[in-house]
Ligand binder design. Structure first.
Ligand SMILES: C[S@@+](CC[C@H](N)C(=O)[O-])C[C@H]1O[C@@H](n2cnc3c(N)ncnc32)[C@H](O)[C@@H]1O
Length: 148
């Protein structure tokens, strides 16, 4: 919530990695349009929970496919925020940043979860620091924010 509040007005937002939709629902409250990207591979019951949780929101589009496939469908410079919380290994986080950073409008936001040395042995943190330098802000829940 603190991250979302600090982003200013949000038009189009993508969340990568949505699981049960807890974070998606928070984003839905702040953004005009949200695209939820997740293959929910082998997670049909979880996907049903996501659909139930988000059923009341008219500003949601679901792309049930992997991050990199979904990124190909969106135009460069078209998004106000991409929140990355998908696969947490270092290579995947690097690939997600490379695929989604060009989709963000200049001056707007790339963000995600789990910026911590304690999570996945620091894999997420390492990938972010290597590719982006460092986030501009890190929040109490491990969310990170980078201005493009
Ligand atoms: C940590 S959970 C997301 C939690 C959610 N953001 C929340 O806070 O409520 C990680 C999610 O990433 C998804 N995921 C794994 N690989 C992915 C990929 N290549 N592209 C998009 N999502 C992926 C998983 O299916 C899972 O639902």
């Amino acid at each position: 919530m603190n991250l979302l509040e600090s982003c200013g007005e949000l038009g189009s937002v993508v969340e990568v990695g949505c699981f049960r939709g807890v974070s998606t629902e928070a984003i839905l409250l702040f953004a005009a349009h949200v695209t939820a990207v997740d293959p929910w591979q082998g997670l049909d019951a979880i996907y049903q929970q996501f659909v139930t949780r988000t059923a009341g929101y008219g500003n949601l589009e679901i792309l049930r496919k992997p991050s990199l496939d979904a990124a190909e469908e969106l135009a460069d410079g078209s998004l106000d925020l991409v929140y990355i919380d998908g696969a947490h290994d270092e290579a995947s986080v690097r690939a997600d940043i490379a695929a989604w950073r060009p989709k963000v409008r200049a001056g707007r936001w790339l963000a995600g979860h789990d910026y911590s040395p304690l999570i996945d042995r620091g894999a997420v943190m390492r990938a972010i620091d290597d590719v982006l330098g460092a986030p501009h802000r890190v929040f109490e829940d491990g969310s990170w924010l980078f201005q493009c």
